[in-house]
Write a protein that binds this ligand. Structure first.
Ligand code: LCS
Length: 405
């Protein structure tokens, strides 16, 4: 899938399966569960992997195939494979590669359901996991064991927005024959291409920026042709989290504008982040675009930009945060991210409710942390809504305070 074309072009044209019958510009939605064979020999040879051609839509579908090939091209990977959700993709990578007795290294802060998979499910299957509070080549090297099989990273991390320097860790993984996996959901291939930094596999919740319109749940994994073939013949076939063609088509449509959307998401975020930072009610604020952010120096090398997620705390703590989130009008109080709508949510009780209070503290997710996914509305309208929500929160906090008398 490697191509020298620009990302904007690949997002529209790469990996086209198209419509050989009528030449429609838009790829047809192949809403079919199965495919008719010419004869038994043809069916048998497809099952044996001896000839090309679709068999059954759990194993592959032309519309889904176009999506897979397009995202692989964007990520600079040989091939891609779609799943019914981001968690379907994460689970396929884990169960497709790890077995009883293996060891996995990851970070303490992670998307909440990935954390739940790693803590609750992997323990049941006898797979050990090390959750590092700080991830760099030194802390990973110190944690390597003879049975370490995988390093699994998100960067920036959901929801803390810590940035992990990938290249040295990917090199370490190669040196020790450990599979490296990067969840690139927050950055998209527009801002970061982990395969080029040495990752073996890159995965996405395609529910987010790749689709971008808040109407699909999907996941995708990209990597070598061999790795993708193994996932198709393994977890996709036997666990079955296959993406439907209608959902694939919606993401194909969304992808056409991915580079344009990411650019606007980011320029809006620049305005919103700078405004929030100077606000008297805002305390700690995390966004890799700030010069003081520890990950800022990787912009221009590892990442082309800081992305469009901001995490922040209010000086009034948890109560003020709840009051603010309840008061938004234009922004929507909802989990997910990467949509046209600005979304605000409370990690401790929502996306990361899978963490115990102690685990939240260890992961640096404070009870009052707010996560904002800056959308595509005009930045002045987003700021105006946040301003009125903060004013409302201030009023409520003052009213709740016992009087001095
Ligand atoms: N990886 C990351 C980094 C995510 O943020 C999510 C979902 C997933 C994987 C799983 O993808 P899904 O199965 O939902 O497609 N993150 C969510 C979030 O932060 N808010 O709502 C869902």
């Amino acid at each position: 899938m490697k191509s020298t074309r620009h990302l904007e072009t690949l997002a529209i044209h790469a990996g086209r399966v198209g419509d050989p019958s009528f030449g429609s510009l838009s790829t047809p939605i192949h809403q079919t569960s199965t495919y008719v064979f010419d004869n038994v020999a043809q069916g048998a040879s497809r099952f044996a992997g001896e000839s090309e051609g679709f068999i059954y839509s759990r194993l592959g579908n032309p519309t889904v195939r176009e999506l897979e090939q397009r995202v692989a091209a964007l990520e600079g990977a040989e091939d891609g494979i779609a799943f019914a959700s981001g968690m379907g993709a994460v689970a396929a990578v884990i169960f497709g590669h790890l077995q009883q007795g293996d060891h996995l290294i990851t970070s303490k802060a992670l998307y909440g359901c990935t954390f739940a998979l790693f803590t609750e499910d992997l323990a049941r299957f006898g797979i050990e996991v090390s959750f590092l509070p700080e991830v760099n080549a030194n802390t990973v090297a110190a944690e390597l064991r003879p049975n370490t099989r995988m390093i699994y990273l998100e960067t920036p991390i959901n929801p803390t927005l810590e940035v992990i320097e990938l290249a040295p860790i990917m090199a370490l993984a190669k040196q020790h024959d450990v599979l490296s996996v990067v969840d690139n959901t927050f950055m998209t291939p527009v801002l970061q291409r982990p395969i080029e930094l040495g990752a073996d596999l890159v995965l996405h919740s395609a529910t987010k920026y790749l689709n971008g319109h808040g109407d699909v749940i999907a996941g995708i994994v990209c990597g070598s042709a061999e790795a993708v073939t193994n996932l198709r013949g393994g977890p996709l076939k036997t666990m079955g989290a296959a993406l439907g063609p209608m959902d694939a088509w919606l993401i194909i449509r969304g992808l056409k504008t991915l580079p344009v959307r990411v650019e606007r998401h980011q320029s809006n975020t620049e305005h919103v982040a700078q405004w929030l930072r100077q606000h008297s009610q805002v305390g700690n604020i995390y966004w890799p675009g700030f010069k003081e952010h520890p990950g800022h120096s990787l912009i221009g090398t590892q990442m082309a930009g800081p992305g469009a997620l901001i995490a922040f705390e209010l000086n009034g703590g948890y109560d003020a945060a709840v009051a603010m989130m309840n008061a938004v009008k234009l922004c929507r109080l909802a989990v997910s991210l990467g949509d046209a709508e600005t979304l605000i949510q409370h990690p401790a009780s929502m996306t990361h409710a899978t963490y115990s209070p102690e685990e939240l503290a260890e992961a640096g997710i404070s009870p009052g942390l707010i996560r904002l996914s800056v959308g595509l509305e005009h930045h002045e309208d987003i700021v105006a809504d946040l301003a009125q929500a903060l004013a409302q929160a201030q009023q409520e906090t003052l009213a709740a305070r016992p009087s001095a008398a």
